[in-house]
Write a protein that binds this ligand. Structure first.
Ligand code: GTP
Length: 237
């Protein structure tokens, strides 16, 4: 995985929005105690919880972001990592646009189990789903067990779309990771939409029915000089 730095477009975190141009479902998975709930809490409410309370089943959060003039609603499902709830959370994989697998950089087992989480995703979701890998607790520098390079190599080998390290405690990389998720999903959605419109257009042309395809709005959504244009694989660092 090449180490491309992501230049995000201008964005704004929204409060109390109701009308959205895009709604995406994101599922957060990974072993117990890696910081999934804390990451979600930091992204959605800018809070940190230092006491550990295991999630029972799942929690639902939302994050609303404006990128250019488009309003995006991220529906974030924070799941529990405990084995006994696995069959329950498998129901939540459906219709997800993005799965974020979280491990903790100080916890070797949580890293070793990424393969299992990947298998779950591939078994239970659609093939187009985007997959991010996050190494959380990057503030625990002296306890680090997993190097960034090792994790990046794993991502290259396993077709993971994006990797970064975060700290839910300090907030490092948290907001921008979710903003990047929104940006990537919006771009994909626009691309897919254009393809569908084109297909309809071609079908109609073939049957000699005139159809005016207006590509104007989506193709104007070129996001500020991002080096990630059409490259879904990248790293923030
Ligand atoms: P389950 O609900 O059991 O699946 O756990 P989880 O992955 O949601 O973990 P949770 O967010 O509850 O965090 C577990 C513990 O790690 C808590 O004590 C947090 O305070 C701590 N923690 C979470 N993120 C960080 C971080 O970035 N840095 C540090 N130092 N601690 C963190």
């Amino acid at each position: 995985m090449s180490n491309i730095s992501v230049q995000l477009p201008k964005y704004e975190i929204l409060d109390e929005e109701t009308n959205f141009d895009f709604i995406f479902k994101i599922i957060i998975i990974g072993d117990s105690c890696v910081g999934k709930s804390c990451l979600t809490l930091r992204a959605c409410r800018n809070e940190f919880e230092s006491c550990y309370t295991s999630t029972v089943g799942y929690d639902f959060f939302k994050m609303d972001i404006k990128i250019h003039d488009k309003k995006i609603n991220l529906q974030i499902w924070d799941t529990c990592g405990q084995e006994k709830f696995r069959s329950l959370i498998s129901n939540f994989y459906r219709n997800s646009s993005l799965a974020i697998i979280v491990y903790s950089i100080d916890n070797q087992n949580s890293y070793n189990n990424i393969g299992e989480w990947l298998n779950e995703i591939r078994k239970l979701t659609n093939p187009d789903i985007k997959i991010f890998l996050i190494g959380n607790k990057s503030d625990l520098v002296n306890l680090r067990k997993i190097s960034k390079e090792k994790a990046k190599f794993f991502c290259d080998e396993n077709g993971i779309d994006y990797f970064t390290e975060t700290s839910a405690k300090s907030g490092e990389n948290v907001e921008i990771t979710f903003v990047y998720a929104a940006y990537l999903l919006m771009k994909e959605s626009i691309k897919q939409n254009n393809k569908n419109i084109r297909n309809v257009s071609e079908d109609r042309t073939n049957s000699h029915i005139s159809f005016n395809f207006v590509e104007d709005e989506p193709s104007n959504l070129i996001l500020d000089g991002s080096s990630t244009n059409d490259k879904s694989k990248c790293c923030l660092s």
